[in-house]
Write a protein that binds this ligand. Structure first.
Ligand code: SF4
Ligand code: SF4
Length: 452
């Protein structure tokens, strides 16, 4: 028995279509991931993005000739002729989807803006990328100009704002002003915020809900009370900033604002993060608006080089343990990223910009003076620079051997991604994909039970 959990999207089916059964000897496509689950196996094809459940126990060693339904597996590109050049097929498909994606850029329905209200911060995290820059804060007139740019660039589209910094709550005046200007001009908008969460008050939470149309706040926590307080080094006399941030998370959730706690995994802090997850889950797990995201924070170059792979293995184990603990609490990854074939982030979108406090426009939220593409008064002044942010990274030898080859999009200029994917990064991405496969299947099983 086979059950399609996710069918291919219309783009994939119109470009690739169904593979004809040629009668030639078959083999499994290298783009297929197998995941054993209760009662059978899940198979995800990263070329066609089809996810199938079968009640058979299959894996890459299963001889296609032994399958009673080989034609069905071939039709959907899970099985291919032994001499097929699937990298070439993936490259051709990639070129077409890239063209379709680029042609659709101008038609994006939403305009998104990341607004730096200030680059100053009340914490002093060791990993902050703003370190070394003189802090700049958005003035009233810059906020008005930013709002005017947002309105004209959105040109009637819905607007999504993301308050960013530094610590954006150090300049709520700029947020209030931009929101008031947009409301006055009839612009429809929602917002989110990346904050350390310390400065919230009852008043600012109420304004955020009402006036900023804030739906979501991301708050980074680096550990439980003692290590968090030591890491953040807040400029304050508060004996425990950690407790205050937790109180504020509670206030946000109570106001109906979703909170995502960002966990930054390093080589040292896995045990600490496991304790933190338990603690936060106990306190906030009852809220449907509470969640987590897990990120690895380390020097990619260091880990991609031998002999540091040992540490890569250690961090991979830690990553898996943390992700499984989050799953135990119902915070699961999904396959959503494979639903949008070519988009990477704001940098390669035509409708997204970051706005620096002084009005410079950027395509990426990591500020670098040489990457300024324009300003809020004159708009984009360097279209070639904007275009350069859409360039994809070349595939490497590691990619050519990776099941995610057709689905993986990386930007050449993304400062968050290494030039070469390391074996560990690849393992993390594959692990995420396998967990996402399970989530999608569980969703289908659950909805089937609900219908029954
Ligand atoms: S970048 Fe990494 S995950 Fe993506 S295809 Fe290459 S090896 Fe695989
Ligand atoms: S750091 Fe990378 S992912 Fe983030 S906005 Fe810049 S290009 Fe995009």
């Amino acid at each position: 028995m086979q059950r399609i959990v996710w069918g291919e999207g219309s783009l994939f089916s119109s470009v690739l279509g169904r593979q004809k059964y040629s009668g030639a000897p078959l083999r499994w496509s290298r783009f297929v991931l197998f995941e054993p689950v209760e009662g059978g196996t899940l198979l995800f094809n990263a070329l066609t993005r089809v996810l199938v459940f079968t009640d058979a126990a299959l894996d890459v060693r299963t001889d296609p000739a032994s399958l009673p339904d080989a034609a069905l597996w071939q039709e959907r590109w899970f099985l291919i002729p032994q001499d097929a050049n699937e990298l070439q097929t993936a490259d051709q498909l990639g070129r077409v989807t890239e063209m379709v994606y680029r042609a659709s850029l101008e038609a994006e329905e939403k305009s998104s803006f990341t607004v730096y209200t200030t680059t100053a911060c009340n914490a002093r995290c060791p990993y902050c990328f703003e370190k070394g820059y003189a802090p700049v804060t958005m003035r009233e007139e810059d906020a008005d100009r930013a709002a005017a740019f947002i309105r004209s660039h959105a040109a009637g589209r819905n607007v999504s704002l993301r308050w960013f910094g530094g610590e954006p709550l150090l300049n709520t005046a700029a947020i209030e002003r931009i929101c008031a200007d947009l409301r006055r001009d009839g612009v429809s908008f929602r917002s989110s915020i990346i904050t350390n969460g310390y400065l919230w008050t009852e008043e600012s939470v109420a304004s955020a809900k009402e006036d900023w149309k804030l739906d979501w706040a991301q708050i980074t926590l680096d550990g439980t009370e003692e290590s968090y307080n030591a890491c953040k080094q807040y400029v304050c006399s508060d004996p425990s900033p950690y407790r205050r941030v937790l109180r504020n998370i509670g206030m946000l959730l109570e106001a109906g604002i979703a909170v995502g706690v960002r966990l930054n995994l390093t080589l040292e802090n896995a045990e600490e993060l496991l304790r933190l997850i338990d603690e936060l889950q106990e306190r906030f797990g009852g809220s449907k608006d509470f969640g987590f995201s897990l990120h690895e924070l380390f020097e990619y170059d260091f880990l991609s080089a031998d002999p540091a792979w040992q540490d890569g293995g250690r961090i991979l184990d830690a990553y898996r343990r943390l992700l499984l603990r989050l799953e135990d609490y119902g915070h699961s990854l999904d396959l959503a990223q494979y639903n949008r074939p070519r988009k990477h982030c704001m940098a390669d979108s035509a409708r997204s910009f970051a706005i620096y406090p002084t009005g410079e426009l950027l395509k990426c939220d990591h500020f670098r003076a040489e990457e300024v593409v324009g300003d809020v008064v004159n708009g984009v002044t360097d279209p070639a620079l904007v275009k350069s942010w859409r360039e994809r990274s070349a595939k490497t030898a590691l990619c050519r051997d990776c099941p995610l080859y057709p689905a993986c999009v990386r930007l050449k200029k993304c400062p968050d991604e290494p030039a070469d994917c390391s074996p560990m990064m690849r393992e993390i991405r594959l692990f995420n994909c396998r967990r996402g496969m399970r989530t999608e299947w569980q969703r289908v099983c659950k909805s089937g039970q609900e219908k029954a």
